[in-house]
Design a protein around this ligand. Structure first.
Ligand SMILES: [Zn+2]
Ligand SMILES: [Zn+2]
Length: 235
């Protein structure tokens, strides 16, 4: 059985109804899922490093101590596993835009923007934006900014180079691929600001780290990564 296709089909039929997005029950709550399906999602709840979000037994993992990333913290709602991976694929490539609302809502319940100044979605290159029609990170960030009454900034930084999608490359090539792709257009909007970058999935963190580097170089005082799902190493 093709699970992904099957789930796409379910979304298609039930997104606007009272049915749970993931099962046939009619018990969906305001999130769009029933309590049982919601409970069974792969929540990112095991002990992890506060800085990079990977599993760790201490607050900061050895990797972050020896080679600190440019971002100061990572918050993730889920680990990138079934069925969140299929939901994300349906959202990004299946035009199931309504899932942005679900992901934004889940992120808003996980993080607090109280001590931050700006919510910034991972920028998408204008050519990609034209191809896809929407920036999936922006749609999630919109929900978050609205819920948390924070300023949404998707104009001060742009993606100036069109590079192959990170997901299409081997892990080892991703840092090189993303180097120098971001450009700050309005430095005053970044300087001395505490910024949360919103993205859908964090895998190696290369894009988020490059953006955090760009923001820090423009004077940002604090940068956090807020992602819907974190890819965790296989045990
Ligand atoms: Zn359900
Ligand atoms: Zn770490």
């Amino acid at each position: 059985m093709n699970i992904s296709l099957n789930i796409n089909h379910l979304f298609f039929n039930r997104l606007l109804g009272q049915h749970c997005l993931l099962c046939a029950s009619r018990k969906a709550n305001q999130t769009g899922l029933c309590n049982e399906c919601l409970r069974d999602l792969p929540w990112h709840s095991a002990a992890h490093c506060e800085r990079c979000g990977l599993p760790a037994n201490s607050n900061i993992c050895g990797q972050c101590l020896s080679t600190p990333p440019y971002f100061d913290a990572t918050r993730s709602v889920f680990s990138y596993e079934f069925p969140v991976n299929c939901m994300m694929q349906a959202y990004k490539y299946g035009d199931k835009l309504n899932l942005g609302q679900f992901f934004g809502q889940m992120l808003a319940e996980t993080v607090s923007a109280e001590k931050l100044d700006i919510i910034m979605p991972m920028p998408m290159h204008r050519v990609r934006l034209k191809e896809r029609g929407y920036n999936q990170a922006l749609e999630i960030a919109k929900v978050l900014a609205k819920t948390q009454h924070k300023k949404l900034d998707y104009r001060s930084v742009e993606r100036q180079k069109l590079t192959p999608a990170q997901a299409s490359l081997p892990l080892k090539d991703r840092v090189k691929n993303i180097k120098g792709v971001f450009k700050v257009n309005v430095v005053e909007n970044i300087k001395n600001k505490r910024i949360a970058i919103v993205d859908d999935v964090m895998t190696t963190g290369a894009s988020l780290n490059e953006l955090a580097k760009t923001l820090k170089q423009a004077g940002a005082s604090h940068v956090e990564c807020w992602v819907v799902a974190r890819t965790l190493p296989k045990l």
